[in-house]
Design a binder for this molecule. Structure first.
Ligand code: SF4
Ligand code: SF4
Ligand code: FES
Length: 845
């Protein structure tokens, strides 16, 4: 795999337990030991956080070369070796950085006694309830006590401090106060890593306890990670607690498709009596991939998987008979669908959702092309072709970006749309990258931005064009919006900086845009990157913040969204909908589904579109099959079957191939890797890839993983593949040229109040709602108003209102955002109000 070449630094050499170790300057002693395969036990230290030296578990003897003060030269022993001076006391290996010639002793009698005492002290008030603790079996405290502990307790059980057990910190995380060893990993993670300080310490000494400051409790998108890094069973998830013992679990590698980051996951499974002895997914855990999600997951990716479970699924094909959908055999359903497809010719219209695998997309596109029909990606965003052409370049890693790099985030609230990108962009800014945030309203990324560009919704492309014009006035026909934005000082400063900076990545989203505006924005962003030379290299290029996890894979297979979707659906002789629920999303599209002559639906569950279909094919979930996804950063990654497929279901690419066979067309209908092979042969950017390459791994830092549970938490190490980042067209010699379209002025809607679509992490989509665990987090239909509009309309924060949009009325909750200009309202997508672009609205109490 080609990855970024790191600049070599002069290494520091020290000796740890008689072994010579060479590491980068600034490395902590515990990490240096870890890199040489020597374990210094830790509790409070975590390799992804700054050390605090709280628990003293990592005490070691440290000696340094003795220096003659008079000469400044090392003092030598009789044999000519440097004389080493050991400190009078033990030192914490997690807070001491390595130095040249240092000598560390981790297993002397002194050290062993210290560890013994630290463990005895930690256990004085521990409830010792391992047999009923969810962490038992993967617990650092348990493991380190077995390895280094005193073996008996001198403490009187009745004198233990009693604290509350089963305390719900929020709806997703439980706290057992007795088990907490006060290491502050959880509070530091929330504070330092994800900038969401909603939990903290209260009280002092033995009474110290973790409390939540937020309402509702532990209100964070990241809470599940604290259960991974808590070194004891103090924090457990509502999802997994009392669900299984860790040693009963099987592990399979998978990928989260809830957003375009495509975080690497491990699905833990177990046979379950209450499910008839079936293997079921018991929990979703992070799997280390330092190029993608490091060792973290957001709570949506961790807890929303329940939509794949049997209770929510369809397991038998159905054909409409006498007006009713009736269960039939696969042969009958395929024959009924094929009969109509054969007659449809070019009036076959395929609508494909953004969470299918690449193999599914390949077969679907081949099928449409061979049948001479049309296919459309079900999405409101454009630009996947431009992303493929100009990059990201291969070898890109947000984790490598810092000083000398710039990141522009426009029309996207990354925290809501792609949480891991939000985290990694924030961290790049903390390392010194220039962050430019362009959005009409406040987002959480603002506080990390060097340049904050405010614009009015509708001006997204104009903002980027103005940046380009501010240093390169190439186009005489500037739109008025561009001319006025050219007076924006933050925009000019940002533009100047990116002309001089080595690396530039642009993340563009779909906040406030419809499909046409998204196309303009993608084009403008591409032009900016081309004009400033930020293409064809790693850590440069364009990233689309897609609304679905594998939209980029769909684009790479030639699928694109349609401008006039409802009209195309209505006119179809056969409408073939795969992995999408247009009827459930939008009444206009529901009418189009009704108007289509014959509707085939391929789905996991009985969606509204499936209810309106003539033929329904039950599809397999990603947990039950294998395949590949392509992330927004264009990394192709494999997912593997974790549980047996539900009887009666088939993988999407198989169903399409079988339908194709029934109409006389040949496609791979058995094995995902063979479908991928055909895909790779037909797709330039994928041509060197196969399942073997995608499964390759390499060493990653920091070293975490199951063998070292006390070190990095319960994140799984990556044994099944880091995936491969595709090359961009620019890297393969396709030289993209600047091409400007005549700038369009922002359309003025005849309305005093115009609503714009925004995205929220917890929406009411079909891959979220079935997870009852998240139900308390799901929003309800809402409208966000400026304070001026709310006052004028006599509407108050959190109160009900009535919203009129496109002739329909909706009961909504009113929210107020002071950063919105008057006349501008926001409506979250997929929360029950269909909105695909700017729209006039009326709101009243
Ligand atoms: S709850 Fe866990 S992570 Fe948090 S301070 Fe206690 S032991 Fe440490
Ligand atoms: S950031 Fe995106 S891909 Fe990662 S766990 Fe969350 S929803 Fe899934
Ligand atoms: S003090 Fe070093 S791990 Fe806690």
């Amino acid at each position: 795999m080609t990855e970024a070449v790191k600049v070599e630094k002069k290494l520091v050499t020290l000796t740890i337990d008689n072994r010579k170790v060479s590491v980068e300057p600034g490395t902590w002693v515990v990490d240096a030991a870890k890199s040489a395969g020597i374990d210094i036990p830790v509790f409070c230290y975590h390799p992804k956080m700054e050390p605090v030296g709280m628990c003293r578990m990592c005490l070691v003897e440290i000696g340094r070369p003795m220096i003659d003060r008079a000469t400044g030269q090392p003092v030598l022993e009789a044999d000519g070796s440097p004389k080493i001076l050991f400190g009078a006391k033990l030192e914490t290996g997690c807070t001491i950085a390595v130095s040249e010639g240092m000598v560390v002793r981790g297993y002397t009698d002194n050290v062993k006694q210290a560890r013994d005492e630290v463990l005895e002290f930690l256990l004085t008030s521990h409830p010792l309830d391992c047999p009923i603790c969810d962490k038992g079996g993967e617990c650092p405290l348990q493991n380190l006590t077995m390895n280094f502990g005193p073996g008996h307790s001198r403490y009187i059980y009745d004198e233990k401090k009693r604290l509350d057990k089963h305390v719900p910190l929020g709806d997703l995380i439980f706290l057992d106060r007795e088990r907490c060893i006060q290491c502050a990993r959880c509070t530091r993670f929330q504070n330092e890593v994800v900038d969401d300080p909603v939990i903290g310490f209260s009280q002092r000494g033995r009474s110290l306890e973790i409390v939540t400051f937020s309402e509702p409790g532990f209100d964070s998108y990241w809470s599940g990670n604290t259960t991974d890094i808590c070194p004891v069973g103090a924090l457990t998830s509502t999802d997994f607690r009392f669900g299984a013992r860790p040693w009963e679990l099987h592990s399979e590698a998978s990928i989260c498709t809830q957003c375009p980051v495509n975080c690497n996951t491990t699905l833990n499974t177990r046979r379950e009596a209450k499910d008839g002895g079936r293997y079921v997914v018991k929990r979703v855990m992070p799997r280390q991939n330092e190029w993608v999600n490091e060792i973290w997951l957001c709570d949506k990716g961790r807890f929303a998987y329940h939509y794949t479970e049997p209770g929510n699924r369809i397991t038998q094909p159905m054909v409409r008979k006498g007006g009713q959908l009736t269960p039939v055999s696969w042969d009958e359903a395929l024959a009924a669908a094929a009969d109509k497809v054969k007659k449809a010719g070019s009036k076959l219209f395929m609508l494909v959702g953004g969470r299918l695998s690449n193999e599914d997309y390949f077969n679907l596109k081949q099928f449409t092309d061979k049948a001479e029909g049309q296919a459309s990606l079900y999405s409101q965003m454009a630009g996947g072709d431009m992303v493929a052409r100009i990059g990201l370049g291969s070898g890109s890693n947000l984790g490598d970006m810092g000083v000398g790099s710039a990141i522009l985030v426009i029309a996207s609230d990354l925290e809501e749309e792609a949480p891991l990108w939000w985290l990694r962009v924030k961290q790049a800014a903390e390392r010194g990258a220039t962050l430019i945030v362009a959005n009409p309203r406040r987002t959480k990324l603002d506080s990390h931005a060097k340049h904050l560009i405010r614009y009015q919704y509708g001006e997204e492309a104009a903002v980027v064009n103005a940046m380009l014009d501010s240093f390169s006035p190439k186009r005489p026909d500037q739109a008025d919006a561009v001319k006025s934005l050219l007076r924006n000082d933050a925009l000019k400063a940002a533009a100047q900086e990116i002309t001089q900076i080595e690396n530039l990545v642009v993340f563009y989203g779909s906040e406030g845009t419809d499909l046409a505006a998204s196309q303009s924005l993608a084009k403008a962003a591409s032009n900016l990157l081309i004009a400033t030379g930020h293409i064809g290299r790693s850590n440069n290029g364009l990233v689309a913040v897609w609304d679905k996890g594998n939209a980029q894979g769909g684009w790479d297979q030639g699928l694109q969204p349609s401008q006039d979707l409802a009209a195309k659906m209505k006119e179809a002789a056969v409408l073939y909908v795969v992995g999408a629920d247009p009827a459930g999303d939008d009444p206009q599209l529901a009418a189009a589904v009704d108007a289509a002559q014959f509707v085939i639906v391929q789905e996991l569950a009985m969606t509204k579109t499936a209810q309106a279909a003539d033929v329904v094919f039950p599809a397999q979930a990603f947990t039950e099959r294998d395949g590949t996804y392509t992330s927004g950063e264009r990394r192709v990654q494999r997912f593997y079957p974790a549980v047996p497929a539900l009887e009666g279901t088939r993988a999407d690419f198989v169903i399409t191939a079988q339908l194709a066979a029934a109409v006389g067309l040949e496609l791979e209908d058995q094995i995902a890797s063979l479908a991928f092979k055909q895909l790779a042969a037909a797709t330039e950017a994928y041509k060197d890839l196969d399942y073997g390459k995608l499964a390759e791994i390499q060493d990653q830092l920091p070293i975490v993983g199951r063998a070292d549970v006390y070190y990095g938490g319960t994140t799984y190490d990556n044994k099944q593949g880091l995936g491969v980042q595709l090359t961009s067209g620019a890297e393969r010699g396709q030289s993209p040229a600047l091409s400007f379209e005549t700038p369009k002025e922002r359309e003025k809607l005849d309305s005093t109040l115009t609503a714009y679509p925004v995205s929220m992490l917890y929406d009411r989509g079909n891959t979220v709602v079935p997870s009852k665990l998240l139900s308390a987090r799901l929003g309800s239909p809402e409208v966000v108003l400026s304070s001026e509009d709310a006052d004028q309309l006599n509407l108050a924060m959190g109160k009900p209102g009535k919203l009129k949009l496109n002739g329909a009325q909706y009961a909504v909750t009113v929210w107020i955002d002071n950063s919105l200009p008057k006349g501008t309202a926001l409506i979250p997508r997929s929360l029950g109000i269909p909105i695909s672009g700017p729209a006039p609205i009326q709101v009243e109490a």
